[in-house]
Design a protein around this ligand. Structure first.
Ligand SMILES: [Zn+2]
Length: 77
């Protein structure tokens, strides 16, 4: 198998064995997944280049919930 073929096989295996959408995880499994994900070299995409990460700014959340809040203040909004 060529190096390119080996890499393609590794990519296919990685994505095929990934946790599927809708799979139930307990808290420990979720934390482990996040810890491992943070240590990957390319955390924004799967090996095929498909996005697996969406960054939301606090202002995006505020707009979605139609709220204006200040970080660190849970009351008096
Ligand atoms: Zn993929």
């Amino acid at each position: 198998m060529s190096l390119g073929g080996l890499q393609a096989a590794q990519v296919a295996t990685a994505c095929r064995s990934a946790i599927r959408n809708g799979t139930s995880l307990n808290l420990e499994q979720m934390q482990t997944l996040l810890d491992q994900w943070q240590q990957t070299r390319h955390p924004r995409t799967c090996p095929h280049g498909r996005p697996i990460y969406l960054s939301l700014e606090e202002s995006d959340l505020a707009r979605f919930f139609r709220r204006h809040w200040v970080v660190g203040k849970s009351h008096g909004i």
